[in-house]
Write a protein that binds this ligand. Structure first.
Ligand SMILES: NC(=O)c1ccc[n+]([C@@H]2O[C@H](COP(=O)([O-])OP(=O)(O)OC[C@H]3O[C@@H](n4cnc5c(N)ncnc54)[C@H](O)[C@@H]3O)[C@@H](O)[C@H]2O)c1
Ligand SMILES: [Zn+2]
Ligand SMILES: [Zn+2]
Length: 370
C-alpha cells in the first residue's frame, strides 16, 4: 500500500513528507493506522546526524499510538481494531536481558537504528522510489500507516486517549524511570533534573512521586521552569551553578543525591556539571544523547575518593510490558500528568515546524495528530 510519511533522506537534513510504499503485514507483523505521534528529540538526532543511523532514508518517529488495521498470519496477541501504543524498545521475552528483568536491553534492540525486519533477513517494510526506507526504532510513527513487528506494540484499553497514550512508549517511562529506577530516588533526597523537555518533565514527576525532598529543575528556558514547578519541582533554576549551590545549601554542603541529565543535545560538559553537583556516593544518570565524540571532563579521583557514580539509562531502565501499563494506570488515576505535557498539536505536514518549535524551546512535547 501507499502511505504518507515523514522521512530524512540524508543527514544532516530535515523531515520531508513523501509518499512511501508500505508492505502488508507478514507473519508476526501488524499494520497500524496512526492517531497521535510525539516529537521526541531522538528523532531530531537522526536528522542532524548526532545519532547516525544505518539506513537513510529513515522514516522517523518512535512515540505513537493508533488502531490495528490488519494482522499478519499466525500473529498472536493483537487483533484488528485494537488500540495500541508502540514501545520504542521491542520485547522478545526470551533473550538473556528479557529473562532477567531488563526488557529495555532486549537483544532485538540491535535492529532499531537499522530499521528493517528483526529476523536478520535484511529486508525492509517500507520503501521510497525503490530504495529501502529504515523505520526508526522499528516503528516509524511519523507515517499515516506503519507496519511493525508485533513485539513493538502494547495493547491499550480503549478508554485511554491516544494523545496521552502516544507519550508512554518513550518520553514518559524514560524520564519517570530515570528518577525512580536509575537514580534510585528515596524519600527526602535532593534530586536535580537537568533539561526539562519531553523526557525531563517526567523525571521531575518521577522524583516527586518517589518522595524526593527537593526536586530541582534546571533549564535555560523560563517556560520550562514554570512547567516544572507546576508538575512537581520544588525549585527551578536557569543554570547548574545555581542548582548546585542550592543543593549544597540543603545538604550541609554535600550536594545532590542524584543529578539526571536530560539535556536535548547532551555533551560531556553537561555530564561533568552534573558530576560536580552530586555528593559522595551520589549518582549521575545519563539519559540524554548527543554527538558521538569521546570526552568526559571529570577528575577520575573524584570518582574513586568520593565513590561517585555515573549511570546510563535507556527507557528509564524499565520493562515495557510491565511499566507502560503501570504509567497509564497512574495517568488514569491522576498521579501522573500527561495531558499538560502536550503543549502544541501539529499535522504531519507541519512536522518541520514542530521541530523548529522544539529547538526554540516552545514545547514540553509537540504531538502530531493524524
Ligand atoms: N535514554 C533514552 O532512553 C532516551 C529516550 C528518549 C530520548 N532520549 C534523549 O533524551 C534527551 C532529551 O530528549 P527530549 O525529547 O526531552 O528533548 P527536548 O528538546 O524536549 O528537551 C531538552 C531540554 O534541555 C534543555 N537544555 C538545553 N541545554 C541545557 C542546559 N545546558 N542545561 C539544562 N537544560 C538544557 C532545553 O531547553 C530543553 O528544554 C535527548 O538527547 C534525547 O535523544 C533518551
Ligand atoms: Zn524518544
Ligand atoms: Zn529480549
Amino acid at each position: 500500500m501507499k502511505t504518507r510519511a515523514a522521512v530524512v533522506l540524508e543527514a544532516p537534513g530535515n523531515y520531508e513528507v513523501v509518499t512511501v510504499d508500505l508492505d502488508e503485514p507478514q507473519a508476526g507483523e501488524v499494520l497500524v493506522r496512526l492517531v497521535a505521534a510525539g516529537l521526541c528529540h531522538s528523532d531530531d538526532h537522526i536528522a542532524t546526524g548526532d545519532l547516525p543511523v544505518a539506513t537513510y532514508p529513515m522514516c522517523g518517529g518512535h512515540e505513537g499510538a493508533g488502531v490495528v488495521e490488519a494482522v499478519g498470519p499466525n500473529t498472536e496477541g493483537v487483533k484488528v481494531g485494537d488500540h495500541v501504543v508502540f514501545s520504542f524498545l521491542p520485547v522478545c521475552g526470551r533473550c538473556h536481558w528479557c529473562a532477567t528483568g531488563h526488557q529495555n536491553l532486549c537483544d532485538l534492540g540491535a535492529h532499531l537504528l537499522v530499521g528493517g525486519r528483526f529476523d536478520g533477513s535484511n529486508t525492509f517494510r517500507m520503501s521510497y522510489e525503490g530504495r529501502p526506507v529504515g523505520q526508526m526504532s522499528g516503528t516509524s510513527t511519523f507515517s499515516e500507516y506503519t507496519t511493525v513487528d508485533v513485539r513493538s506494540v502494547i495493547v491499550l484499553d480503549k478508554d485511554v486517549p491516544f494523545e496521552a497514550a502516544c507519550l508512554v512508549g518513550c518520553g514518559v517511562v524514560t524520564g519517570w524511570g530515570a528518577a525512580v529506577n536509575s537514580a534510585e530516588t528515596k524519600p527526602g533526597d535532593t534530586v536535580i533534573v537537568m533539561g526539562v523537555g519531553g523526557i525531563g518533565i517526567h523525571a521531575v514527576q518521577g522524583a516527586a512521586q518517589a518522595g524526593a525532598g527537593d526536586v530541582i529543575a534546571v533549564d535555560p528556558v523560563p517556560f520550562k521552569r514554570d512547567m516544572a514547578l507546576k508538575l512537581g519541582a520544588t525549585q527551578a533554576f536557569a543554570s547548574m551553578e545555581e542548582a548546585t549551590d542550592f543543593a549544597r545549601s540543603k545538604t550541609n554542603g554535600q550536594g545532590a543525591h542524584a543529578a539526571i541529565v536530560t539535556v536535548g543535545v547532551t555533551t560531556g560538559d553537561h555530564i561533568a556539571s552534573a558530576f560536580a553537583s552530586i555528593c559522595k556516593t551520589g549518582i549521575v544518570v545519563v539519559t540524554g544523547i548527543g554527538p558521538m565524540n569521546v570526552g568526559l571532563p571529570i577528575v577520575p579521583a573524584e570518582l574513586t575518593l568520593y565513590q561517585k557514580r555515573i549511570q546510563g539509562s535507556l527507557f528509564g531502565a524499565a520493562n515495557p510490558t510491565a511499566d507502560i501499563p503501570r504509567v497509564i494506570r497512574m495517568y488514569q488515576e491522576g498521579a501522573l500528568k500527561l495531558d499538560e505535557v502536550v503543549t502544541t498539536r501539529y499535522s504531519l505536514d507541519q512536522i518541520a515546524e514542530g521541530y523548529r518549535d522544539m529547538h526554540a524551546g516552545k514545547n514540553l512535547r509537540g504531538v502530531i495528530i493524524f
